[in-house]
Design a protein around this ligand. Structure first.
Ligand code: AKG
Ligand code: FE2
Length: 264
C-alpha cells in the first residue's frame, strides 16, 4: 500500500492493516535477540537449560522458577537494538509523519508484549490514554501468527471520529480497571448513536502491522493456547504539538488518566 492510501485509510477508518510489514529476517532477528536476552537469566539458574528449550518454554520456565527474573527479562526487551532499529526506521517514521502531517515526532518506547494463558493481562477495549500526547499513531505488530485461540487485537472501526469519549471508569488504566470494563464498553456501544460501531477481530500473521489512531477503541482477547505465547511488538509515536509537558511546567510527562483530554 502506498503512503497516500495508508493515510487515506487511517483517516477514514482509524486504522490500517499492512500485511507483511516486517520482513521475515526482521522477525527472525527479534526472536534471535529475545532468545539471547532470556538466556542470560536462564544461565544464572543453570547453563544447560538454554539448549533444551525453545523461547516459549524458556519464558514459561523462568516465569515459574523465578518470576522476578522473568519480569527483568520482560522489562529490558524495550532496550533491544533489533526493535529500536525498526521503530526508528525511515519506513516507520515516514508513515507516522505523513499521517500526522508533522516533520518531527516523538518515538515512544518500543516493547514486545508476551501474553500467555496463565497471565490474564489481555485488555478490555480502550482509547489510548496516559501517554505523552493526545495525538498518537500506534503500531501493533504480531511476531507470531494469530487466530481466535491465541487471541489478539479487536477494534471498533471508525471510533476515532468520535474523538475523546469518556465512559464510566475511563479515568483508570486498563489493567487496573480489569476485565469488567468490557461490559461497560459493550453497553456504551449499544446506545442508538453509537450502535453502528461494531467490534471486529483482526486476523493477523507474524510480521503484519496494524497502524491505528489513539482514539480508536481497541482491546485484546485472551490467549487460550496453553502451549504458545503471543509475542507482539508495539510502538507508539507522539505529536510534539500535542504534548502538554513541553507547554506547561505543571504538566507531567505522561498525561494522567484523570485529565480531561478534550481540553488538552
Ligand atoms: O494487549 C495488547 O497487546 C494490547 C496493548 C494495548 O492496547 C496497550 O498496551 O495499550
Ligand atoms: Fe492500547
Amino acid at each position: 500500500m502506498n503512503i497516500k492510501n495508508i493515510c487515506k485509510n487511517f483517516n477514514k477508518n482509524g486504522y490500517v492493516v499492512i500485511p507483511n510489514f516486517l520482513s521475515k529476517s526482521q522477525v527472525r532477528k527479534i526472536f534471535f535477540q529475545l532468545n539471547q536476552l532470556i538466556n542470560v537469566p536462564l544461565d544464572s539458574i543453570d547453563t544447560s537449560l538454554k539448549k533444551k528449550m525453545n523461547l516459549d518454554e524458556k519464558y514459561l520456565y523462568l516465569r515459574k522458577k523465578n518470576p522476578k527474573l522473568k519480569s527483568r527479562f520482560y522489562e529490558t526487551i524495550t532496550y533491544l537494538d533489533s526493535i529500536n532499529t525498526i521503530s526508528n526506521s525511515k519506513k516507520i517514521t515516514n508513515i507516522v509523519k505523513n499521517i500526522m502531517k508533522e516533520k518531527t515526532v516523538f518515538v515512544g518506547s518500543s516493547q514486545v508484549r508476551v501474553d500467555h494463558s496463565s497471565d490474564p493481562y489481555y485488555l478490555p477495549q480502550h482509547q489510548e490514554l496516559g501517554q505523552m500526547s493526545t495525538k498518537l499513531v500506534l503500531f501493533y505488530m504480531p511476531l507470531v501468527n494469530l487466530n481466535k485461540k491465541t487471541g489478539g487485537l479487536y477494534i471498533r472501526p471508525k471510533t476515532h471520529e468520535l474523538g475523546y469519549l469518556p465512559f464510566k471508569g475511563h479515568n483508570k488504566e486498563g489493567r487496573e480497571a480489569g476485565h469488567g470494563r468490557q461490559k461497560i464498553i459493550d453497553k456504551l456501544f449499544k446506545k442508538p448513536d453509537l450502535a453502528k460501531y461494531k467490534s471486529q477481530y483482526i486476523k493477523l500473521n507474524a510480521g503484519d502491522a496494524v497502524i491505528f489512531h489513539n482514539y480508536l477503541f481497541h482491546g485484546t482477547l485472551p490467549n487460550l493456547n496453553k502451549k504458545k505465547c503471543r509475542w507482539v511488538y508495539l510502538v507508539r509515536f507522539n505529536s510534539i504539538k500535542k504534548t502538554p509537558f513541553i507547554k506547561d511546567i505543571n504538566s507531567p510527562l505522561a498525561i494522567p488518566y484523570t485529565a480531561d483530554y478534550s481540553l488538552l
